[in-house]
Design a protein around this ligand. Sequence first.
Ligand code: SAH
Length: 257
Amino acid sequence: MTDLPLLPSAPSPVVFAGAGPGAAEHLTLGVLRALEAAEVVIHDRLVGAEVLALIPAHAERVDVGKEGFGPSTAQATINAVLVAKALTGRRVVRLKGGDPGIFGRLDEEIAALEAAGLAFRILPGLTSASVAAAAIGQSLTKRGRNASLRIVTGHDMEGFAEQDWRGLARAGEVAAIYMGKKSARFIQGRLMMHGAGGETPVTVVENVSRPDQRIHTACLATLPAAVAAATGPAILLYGLAPREAAASLPLLHEAAQ
Ligand code: SAH
């Protein structure tokens, strides 16, 4: 057998990792292991402090934090940073809040890596809607109530996002609305115009899985006021009210309005 020539080692695949909505307990073991092995971590603003604290001290940390409608790092810049770091051959983790595949612009970053001939892996995370529903003691689906769950955004590249309002206005529908704070009044108007009752429950869960988590119990009629009371990132659980049993838990009790 002849000796194989030494091949230049290919850069390790970039790992897209879901940080979950906040607390370290919501990380998967896979993501924790990837973080522990990381040499570069490129993360968003929405990654919780407890998770950031797990990044090894020797790893380079790049904060590309950005927020809808607020100061942001352009996506093209993030893509360029990601590609440049990956080309150094170090182990790069791209850490995103929640699940990277839910409103995380994952495809755009994958396209940038592919264009540069770089490989990647995706490690999912707990999306904020799952953790928010758990916090109010509710199931996102329920036999006889909703056979589907919608994951919708309050705004998209065009502005306030249009959705299937007629479908959502039907009794028993459940939707997890991301980035819905600025568009709360628009969402309220559209749903009521399509026949949803003002008493339809909507629970606003702010700072999910963080020490400052707050639950604002509301209905469609009071949604804009509930949203105005939330200063942190918030998820709107349309069609769900906190379960009474859950409402006696300290966290919920504290936030009950
Ligand atoms: N990939 C993320 C979502 C990113 S879009 C996920 O899977 O959760 C950003 C939106 O997600 C925010 O506007 C907010 O609606 C929601 N969000 C993310 N983290 C949150 C948190 N800790 N608490 C409440 N909402 C959160």
